[in-house]
Design a protein around this ligand. Structure first.
Ligand SMILES: [Zn+2]
Length: 643
């Protein structure tokens, strides 16, 4: 009996073990690419000499005869498209007209390129500039295959390259000994919607890549702390002042790593619906005061995503804290690795370290797993992420206190998003490719803040639960895929059971704006010709509120009117005409009226003209408005550089 039980238990254990092994190994994504990269980092010259073996499996269903590759680090050259755009219009960490210095220089040089089985093809490499024809831009090259690659077959590229890092800019590079290595290896483009998608690196663009596996082996100075995407699988002291550290990552579409001699490692873990996730933070010694704040924000964020959107399927998340002066590396997302940002002085009232961690972790969902095209549809990663940032920061730190929470002022996420959206609301549609925006402020305000406000305003129209449910369905359907804007909107329509195309058409594809206002309001006696005195409760008044819709964005309007007998009425108007007059004949006088009384229409450019009271002190309102705008703009500026 006992033996039998033990045998059954053993069999059950074996089955369970087998099941867990299968579960760990079964791919979550299509795994189009497999990168094996071995590199030597020279900390004195900030260069990496490396060999990359890329196995690409053709899952496109069509025969491929050429391959485009990104060489992102070549953006950091004076005549590149990135540098020209940054110099002319400014960029987050490269001011307009900043003088050129050697430390700004970065490069990715392919020393040799071999197609395994077909020989060396280095001489056939051809730089291309599909976006602007700039022949001095070397951020994309193409290679024709000697033999076309049929569907289902694989091709292997062996690339010897040298990466030279710039001083931190665009979330990659060094600062003193600290290194954040992002976009550091030749990366193949994406076959998407029936064509290769491999854009040049622009001052305002991010990235787009296919899912797969990465095995990265780095040799660098001994005793330095190293962090990377995925999990560390080995570390060996070579006995000559260097160490070799290995990482493995799967079902991700990029690999970033960091190294620093002085960081302190803080480790913890969190149990979520998908299992236990290890948290590894690499902190600057002077920033240890922020470690607890990062950790609380990270855990709170991970729990909310688990609850609202879906499970985090990876075994680890790594948080990199850049050093003083290294903010160019801060506030960035890479798969299973994010960079935070703080300084030794950030007061508790300013929730910037928390917001950065929330935002970058959120990208594990909107970018990391739902891997949209960041070049062409930046709102789908940055904007949807900005919406979940507002939801989660509000849930964790309070709706009106989630950005600044001090005795003299409080501001929530909505306030800072509005401060950045309002001034540039009518310049560019969300649907515009990132490098074609009129300037950096319109790009930031539109892709990030307008999208967040579009989603928050949608909550006001169809309910918060519906919007979150729609996003959950969208995540579940498109995780480990590259959805298009149309796939997002049709999934939302389907999930909430309503055709919202009228809304998407204006909010995503248009530059329509709106400013609803009260044009006039008041009451007068219905029997105006009667010479007898007015008598409360007897005299009948005719009351009117005229609402004027400025702008061209059609959105239903709700009006709340209050009367001097204590009664309140809610009225609705479809918002299609230019103006609408609400009228009431009753024994009470109008005392106040307000459009959008729940303050849920966050796309309205000027909410200060939304209300009327019998005794409005216009000057006081104006003063308050000015103060509020100034404060929120300051906070928006502080957060606007998040990537
Ligand atoms: Zn972002």
């Amino acid at each position: 009996m006992e033996l039998l039980c033990r045998r059954i238990c053993l069999i059950a254990f074996a089955v369970l073990l087998a099941a867990s092994v299968v579960a760990q190994n079964s791919p979550l994504s299509e795994r189009v690419v497999d990168y094996q990269i071995t590199g030597d980092y020279n900390a004195r010259t900030h260069t990496l000499d490396a060999t990359e073996v890329l196995t690409y499996t053709n899952r496109t269903g069509t025969t491929l005869d050429k391959f485009p590759f990104h060489l992102y680090l070549n953006a950091f050259q004076p005549k590149s498209t990135w540098m020209t755009e940054a110099e002319r219009t400014g960029q987050r960490d490269s001011e307009k007209g900043e003088p050129w210095e050697d430390k700004h220089s970065g490069s990715s040089e392919v020393k040799s390129l071999e197609i395994v089985g077909s020989g060396d093809v280095t001489k056939q490499m051809k730089f291309v500039a599909p976006d602007d024809g700039n022949t001095d831009d070397h951020t994309v090259f193409e290679i024709a295959l000697p033999k076309p690659l049929p569907p289902g077959q694989s091709v292997q590229f062996r690339i010897h390259f040298v990466a030279k890092f710039p001083e931190v800019v665009a979330r990659t590079g060094y600062k003193r000994d600290f290194l954040m290595a992002g976009q550091w290896f030749p990366k193949v483009g994406v076959w998407w919607n029936g064509a290769w998608n491999c854009h040049q690196f622009h001052a305002s663009t991010e990235f787009f890549a296919d899912f797969g596996t990465y095995d990265v082996k780095l040799t660098l100075p001994a005793k330095w702390n190293v962090g990377g995407s995925g999990v560390q699988t080995g570390a060996k002291d070579n006995g000559n002042g260097t160490q070799t550290v290995s990482f493995h990552a799967e079902d991700v579409h990029d690999f970033a790593w960091t190294a620093d001699p002085t960081t302190k490692v803080v480790e913890d873990s969190i149990k979520l619906s998908g299992g236990t996730v290890k948290i590894r933070m690499l902190m600057q010694p002077g920033h240890m005061g922020s470690a607890g704040r990062y950790m609380d924000a990270l855990k709170g964020t991970m729990r909310k995503f688990d609850e609202w959107i879906g499970p985090y399927p990876y075994p680890q998340i790594t948080v990199v804290d850049p050093p003083h002066g290294g903010s160019g590396a801060g506030g960035m997302e890479y798969p299973t690795l994010i960079t935070a940002d703080t300084s030794w002085w950030v007061p508790k009232a300013l929730l910037e370290p928390e917001a950065v961690v929330e935002h970058e972790f959120g990208h594990q969902y909107w970018y990391g797993m739902v891997a949209t095209n960041e070049f062409e549809n930046a709102w789908m990663d940055e904007g949807i992420n900005q919406y979940t940032e507002a939801k989660i920061m509000d849930a964790l730190y309070g709706k009106n206190t989630s950005n600044i929470n001090s005795r003299i002022a409080t501001i929530g996420e909505r306030g800072t998003d509005r401060a950045s959206y309002v001034p540039t609301a009518d310049r560019d549609p969300l649907s515009r490719p990132a490098w074609l925006y009129v300037d950096g402020s319109s790009y930031g305000a539109t892709t990030y803040s307008k999208t967040a406000l579009m989603m928050l305003t949608l909550e006001n129209l169809i309910g918060e639960k519906n919007v979150l449910h729609g996003l959950h369905v969208y995540f579940d359907r498109y995780k480990f895929k590259h959805p298009t804007p149309g796939e997002f909107t049709s999934t939302m329509n389907e999930a909430v059971g309503q055709n919202l195309d009228w809304y998407w058409k204006q909010a995503i594809y248009g530059t329509e704006t709106l400013d609803d206002r009260i044009l006039s309001a008041g009451s007068e006696r219905l029997d105006w010709y009667n010479k007898a005195d007015e008598k409360k409760g007897v005299t009948v008044y005719h009351s009117e509120v005229t609402v004027h819709r400025r702008g061209t964005f059609d959105l239903p309007v709700v009006l709340e009117a209050k009367f001097d007998d204590g009664s309140t009425v809610l009225e609705r108007w479809d918002g299609k005409d230019r103006w609408h007059r609400f009228t009431w004949d009753s024994k009470a006088k109008l005392v106040s009226a307000e459009i959008d009384p729940d303050h849920g229409n966050l796309l309205d450019r000027d909410p200060f003209n939304n209300s009327w009271t019998e005794k409005t002190d216009r000057r006081a309102t104006g003063k308050l408005a000015g103060y509020f705008t100034l404060l929120t703009q300051w906070m928006a500026q502080m957060l606007s550089w998040l990537a």
